[in-house]
Structure formats: C-alpha cells, structure tokens
Ligand binder design. Structure first.
Ligand code: R5P
Length: 342
C-alpha cells in the first residue's frame, strides 16, 4: 500500500523562487529527520516573456507521477513583473504540470490574487471567483494560501481544496520571545471591523485587552478611507494592530493616528502580507519618524529581500517557510495538517 502521495517535488515561477528555496531548506530538514530523500532545490523551470507581453512557464525536468507543489508570490516587490504577469505565469506552470502528467498538483500561493474582490458592489466582477475558476481550469487540485482576505473564497472552488494557513502562531511566538511584550499593558486591535475576529484571536492568545477600530470606506474611490472611530480604551497602553495585509498603508496609518490621539503609547503592527504598494514605504517612514508607529512585523510571504529588512528600522520580518514546508510535508505523507492550520 502506498503510504504517501508519491515523489514530493517543488517548482517555482520566477517570483516564487526565493520563497520556494526557503521552503525547500525546511523540507530537507523534515525529510532528514524521517530519513527520506528530497531533492535539494526546486525542479528547474524557465519563465519566458514574449515581446508582446505574453508569458509561459516551461518545466525542464520530468514530473510524471509527482506530488508537485507550484510556488508563486503574486506580488513581488523585487521585480517589475505585475500581479497579472505572475498570475498568468502561475496558471501556465500549473497547466504545464498537468500536461506533463503530475499526479497531484498543489498551488502554493501565500498571496491569493484578487482576494479583495470577493463580492459584488455594483456592476462589477467577482474576480476572486474568476481566479478560483482559472486555477481549477489549469489543473490545480489543491491551493495552499495564507490568511485569505475572505473565507468565503473557499466556496469558489468546485473541486480543488483550499488550505488557509495562519501567520498568527509564528507572529505570537515572535512577540512573546523576541519583543517580550507585556500582555498586562497591551491592547490588541484591528484597523477595521473586518479584522476584529483576528484581533480577538490575538488578544485571547496573548492574554491582552481588545479594542475595535471602526473604519468606513468610500467604495467609489480606490483605497479611500472615509472615517474611523475607536471602541475601547487604549490610554497609556501599548497597542498591537493586526490585519491580513498592508497595501498602500492608508488604513494602518489612519488607525495608528487615531490610536495615538486616544492616548496609546507604543504602536506595533503585525500583518501576514506586507505588500507596501505605491508610496507606502515613504508614508510609513514618515509615520515612524513622527512617532506614530514603532514597529511593523511582516512575513517573507511578500519577499522584500535582505537589504530592505536590514536597512528599515521599523520593519521586522519573520519567516513562514517552516510552516509552509510542514504543511506540504504532511500533505505528501498523508499526515494531519489541522494542528498546523490553527
Ligand atoms: C481591508 O479590508 C484589508 O484588511 C486591509 O485593511 C486593507 O486592504 C489595507 O489596505 P491599505 O493599506 O491600502 O489601506
């Protein structure tokens, strides 16, 4: 009887390569403990961009019968590839695996593309549903992602399974062991009502108080926040603001300003996906210099590179590669993953 899903192999699109290498290092450690062989690098792929802008990924090694994991980081601040370029690269890589007869195909996409377009507000598409459909059409059987913006997206897949990992355990460990936060003087909040459940989870796990920031958005404008108010007391307390992502930084900076006005002391921010789009970094630099926030904790699910991490005084990066490697390993070995998804 087969006790696993077959040869565990990893490939990456160009923007997923750095994260895939990190996953690989951790997979090798896990396999060594179990005395199993895993290749030391992802299997080779070539990403081609044609003069007209079209893209394809070519798998350069045999993957027939493999249990294959296709890694892609959709938003890659270290390249000029767009989100749409990287989505197409991912789809062609999955389809290449399908055409090459891989047995099981899993997309490893910590950033689920178009996840904020998961419901209709006017005459517009439900783009997250389109993405789910395209992934399935390409041949994916499972998607592993991170703190998906809306859990409803799970229901957009007809056959593929979605594993939604959470950065919270790793972030909480970092807050307790590295930043040594004092839960008795800490209040946890999210920058909007949508993140209240996440904030409640952190506050419970950390044994800290909870507050809620209520943010109203103007949906007629892109990334435009209308107004904010605070429910709860932060006076004289350190505040941890948790969210799934920072994009332009508008939500976060407005929330931090409000918390400061209400008497908060130190402001720490923790997000799974620190995209820092547009002029976000300059805005956070200014906020840091003005004493509006103290530290932003992000993860290597959005890869900013060593130089950025070393040179940015307010940014702390934690690695989620061990978590992703563990989940991949357990899926391949048909072990339980539910403990790892908490
Ligand atoms: C919104 O619902 C999300 O959870 C984030 O708060 C938001 O997308 C962050 O965007 P920005 O940084 O552009 O304000």
């Amino acid at each position: 009887m087969n006790d696993d899903r077959g040869t565990l192999s990893v490939i990456a699109c160009d923007s997923g390569k750095a994260f895939a290498e990190r996953i690989m290092i951790n997979l090798i450690k896990l396999a060594k403990d179990d005395e199993h062989d895993i290749t030391s690098h992802p299997k080779s792929t070539t990403e081609v961009k044609f003069p007209d802008g079209e893209i394809k990924v070519v798998v350069e090694e045999n993957v027939r019968g493999d249990d294959i994991y296709v890694v892609q980081c959709i938003l890659d601040p270290l390249s000029n590839r767009t989100v749409n370029d990287n989505l197409i690269a991912l789809l062609t890589a999955i389809h290449a695996c399908y055409q090459s007869d891989a047995d099981h195909i899993t997309a490893v996409i910590p950033q689920f593309p178009y996840s904020r377009q998961e419901r209709r507000k006017g005459r517009e598409a439900i783009s997250a549903k389109l993405v789910a459909g395209m992934l399935e059409l390409a041949g994916v059987q499972r998607v592993i992602t991170l703190d998906i913006h809306s859990e409803a997206i799970q229901g957009f897949f007809n056959n593929a399974k979605l594993e939604d990992l959470h950065a919270s355990s790793v972030i909480i460990d970092f807050l307790q062991t590295i930043l040594r936060i004092d839960p008795t003087r800490l209040v946890v909040t999210g920058p909007d009502v949508g993140s209240a459940e996440k904030a409640r989870h952190y506050s419970k796990r950390l044994g800290a108080e909870l507050a809620i920031v209520d943010k109203a958005r103007d949906y007629s404008k892109v990334s435009k926040v209308e107004s904010m108010r605070l429910v709860g007391d932060v006076k004289g307390k350190d505040v941890l603001v948790v969210d799934d992502m920072i994009s332009t930084g508008g939500t976060l900076i407005n929330a931090s300003k409000l918390l400061k006005e209400k008497g908060a002391e130190k402001i720490m921010v923790a997000v799974s996906l620190a995209f820092f789009t547009g002029n976000c970094i300059e805005r956070i630099n200014r906020a840091y210099e003005d004493g509006i926030l103290d530290v932003v904790i992000g993860t290597d699910a959005v890869f900013h590179g060593k130089e950025f991490v070393d040179q940015t005084p307010w940014y702390r990066e934690i690695s989620l590669a061990p978590l992703f490697a563990n989940v991949i390993y357990n899926i391949n070995k048909k072990f339980s993953v539910s403990e790892l998804l908490r």
